[in-house]
Design a protein around this ligand. Structure first.
Ligand SMILES: [Zn+2]
Length: 697
């Protein structure tokens, strides 16, 4: 789940589990949901002309002859881009700059902004944590009012307020924005103070009017509803002979539920297992192509055969209306709502830049290059052959979800649960033992105690999440479901993942001097440490791994999963490029384009591995419709994890984790280079997979 402070007010709240992006989107919506319509809202100003900028710069240079000219111009230019007509006339703009540009006080100004932002972000997060407490913690019955509390956010008006009282404009004038490219190159030379000044300038990066944001929220809510109501009653799915294979009461959401059911059938090697997988795959293709009957979606009672696209009412074949490209109409709506923010986001002028340069702090091209390198690796074909051998049949397109790399530990799950339940009967005992857990990972007693002082354990309502503090006097929260019988093994595994987040949250907050430098580049960097902790869960329980293949199988499991997600992430990315190139497209045209993109990607990267051409299956992800441009972050977390693991080998785990997570918020390129000596790349992960496969064979 969430949370983390800073950088761009709203994007500020960082999620700590990739699995939980839903929460993030809901929160983003919530932040804006109570903003008011302002009929006087003017569009982003063009009143500040180049001439006004030039004049202002000249006057400021005369006033501050010793100041850095490049920095001065940059500040005036960026402030001009954010200046609205209602902020004042061009003359008032000039006067505002003359009054508020303070190069002689830059250090104090940086301190003042850092301190106040730490207080604002930190306390707002405390308040959010508190009003959401009932929803997240304990097992008391919820009151209807709890959801209302949880959906309110103190952040809702911050952006508006700080632009209206011109604090955000003073910030941009004195701490101008640096592009990702500049941060990736110049960032290596910056002192802590210079880096903090640049990080400060990344805040308040857009000035989207509330009515535009409101519209985007409404679209997001409707899209989310469309996806969350896209269920299939599986007992109504029939094969070509009219026979049913799925249990009564099985209702699956597209695509997550369908995919998980497909995965679970790998254990059933009979004809039925295969047939069920085939039916699920064909159903997905009908959804992608939108020829699924409209009235079959989310409705129980009538039968449907996805293999031949026949629909039956009371056992009789019936003509039907297909879904008619609603899926793509929603995607277009999301696109248009996002695009409406473009003109108010001068620093990140399109949704792709906001998702990549701003959110992930990696460019579209950088991510694309890493993913395509990975997807082109020669080992992929070898892994495909290995899977085909294991399955005893040629690969099918749906084997992108092959689930056979999961290993059972030599110790039964029941035995593990007996141990964890005894060790951790409740939240208090887990809390008490956190320092010992860190010690088993190699931390000294003193350091372990120091870190754990800032981590509180709560019994979660859901499966678990980690919430970071937003200020130095606050703590982070480790939340995990603890049944009355004590923490089960699965819960302990989740707790280790969340604990990894908490350690990152603590080190990257408390061990960094300047608040603006606290944190990490993006969510993928905290996921990496969460994965690293999670993988060491059995070490902590005192079980040396006895299955010699476990590590290798896990590596291949993650690798094969990453291959699939990189594929679908690229479909998502290219679809957005296509929409920007074709903003007036119809849903039908968008559908054709998405299917085309998915097939091309398949033919280029997956067909050589699978021996099958033209599958559009990579277009099935529902994230693409309701949480667009987010998928790329997930495999990036695993890439970082493998580079970190490779680096940690043979080194002092605790000392290195401390050193690495003290790097703080730098661009990912600078961070990775300082952390492991090389920038983010696909190579470490590919190498690990090759070695794992070699050893298994
Ligand atoms: Zn996580």
């Amino acid at each position: 789940m969430l949370i983390k402070k800073k950088t761009y007010t709203f994007a500020a709240l960082k999620i700590n589990c990739m699995k939980r992006y839903i929460v993030f989107i809901v929160l983003v919506m919530v932040f804006f949901s109570c903003t008011q319509n302002n009929s006087k809202e003017k569009e982003m100003s063009t009143t500040i002309s180049t001439q006004v900028v030039d004049e202002t710069v000249r006057e400021l240079e005369a006033k501050f002859p010793a100041s850095d000219k490049e920095l001065l111009r940059r500040g005036v230019q960026i402030t001009g881009k954010f200046w609205l007509e209602r902020d004042g006339s061009p003359n008032e703009f000039k006067q505002f700059c003359l009054d508020n540009y303070e190069p002689q006080n830059k250090k104090q100004l940086l301190e003042r902004f850092s301190k106040n932002l730490e207080n604002v972000y930190g306390r707002f997060i405390q308040v959010s944590t508190q009003v959401q407490f009932a929803l997240h913690v304990g097992n008391e019955p919820l009151l209807p009012v709890d959801e209302v509390f949880a959906s309110w956010s103190p952040f809702a008006h911050l952006n508006d307020d700080w632009f209206d009282n011109k604090l955000a404009l003073i910030l941009h004038l004195n701490f101008p924005y640096y592009s990702l490219d500049e941060r990736n190159t110049k960032g290596f030379q910056w002192s802590d103070e210079e880096n903090a000044a640049v990080n400060l300038g990344l805040n308040f990066a857009s000035r989207v009017p509330s009515k535009v944001q409101q519209k985007a929220n409404e679209t997001a809510t409707r899209t989310e509803l469309y996806i969350s109501n896209y269920n299939i009653y599986m007992n109504n799915i029939v094969d070509e002979k009219g026979e049913k294979h799925f249990p009564k009461d099985m209702r699956l959401i597209s695509h997550w539920g369908l995919r998980d059911e497909l995965k679970s059938n790998y254990v059933d090697r009979s004809e039925t297992g295969l047939l069920k997988q085939k039916l699920l795959y064909e159903l997905m293709l009908r959804i992608i192509n939108q020829d699924i009957p409209q009235e079959f979606i989310n409705t129980e009672g009538n039968d449907y055969c996805p293999s031949n696209n026949k629909f039956f009412k009371n056992g009789k074949e019936t003509a039907f209306e297909r879904e008619n490209d609603v899926r793509y109409a929603f995607l277009l709506e999301v696109f248009n709502a996002e695009k409406a923010s473009d003109e108010y986001s001068p620093l990140y002028p399109d949704a792709i830049k906001r998702a990549f340069d701003q959110g992930l702090e990696m460019t579209f091209d950088e991510v694309e290059t890493i993913f395509t390198t990975f997807l082109s690796a020669s080992v992929n074909k070898e892994i495909g052959k290995y899977i085909s051998n294991q399955l005893g049949r040629p690969l099918q397109a749906y084997d992108i979800w092959y689930d056979g790399f999961k290993t059972r530990s030599a110790i039964s799950e029941d035995d593990l649960t007996a141990k964890t339940a005894k060790m951790f009967p409740n939240a208090q005992t887990l809390q008490k033992q956190l320092p010992e857990i860190l010690q088993t990972l190699g931390y000294s007693k003193e350091r372990a105690t120091e870190i754990c002082k800032y981590i509180a354990v709560d019994a979660a309502r859901g499966s678990g999440h980690a919430m970071g503090a937003g200020m130095r006097s606050d703590i982070s929260r480790l939340r995990v479901r603890i049944p009355e019988t004590g923490l089960n093994y699965n819960g302990f595994n989740v707790a280790m993942h969340e604990f990894g987040h908490n350690v990152e949250q603590t080190v990257s907050m408390y061990d960094i001097d300047n608040y603006m430098n606290t944190g990490i580049p993006n969510t993928a960097f905290t996921e990496a440490l969460a994965f690293i902790f999670q993988k060491r869960d059995l070490d902590v329980l005192g079980y040396a791994e006895t299955n010699p293949d476990k590590q290798k199988m896990t590596t291949l499991d993650i690798y094969w999963g990453a291959l699939e997600i990189m594929g679908v992430a690229l479909v998502d990315m290219y679809a957005w490029q296509w929409m920007y190139a074709n903003p007036d497209a119809s849903p039908q045209q968008l559908k054709a384009a998405v299917i085309d993109i998915a097939k091309n990607l398949w033919n280029k990267y997956f067909a050589p591995v699978f021996g099958i051409t033209d599958s559009p299956i990579l277009a099935i992800y529902s994230h693409m419709i309701s949480y667009p441009l987010y998928l790329a972050a997930y495999p990036v977390g695993h890439l970082i994890e493998f580079q970190l693991e490779q680096h940690l080998e043979g080194k002092n785990f605790a000392a290195e984790i401390d050193r690495i997570y003290r790097i703080g918020h730098r661009s990912p390129t600078v961070w990775m280079t300082k952390a492991v000596g090389s920038k983010l790349s696909a190579e470490a992960f590919i190498k690990a997979a090759s070695e794992a496969l070699g050893a298994l064979r």
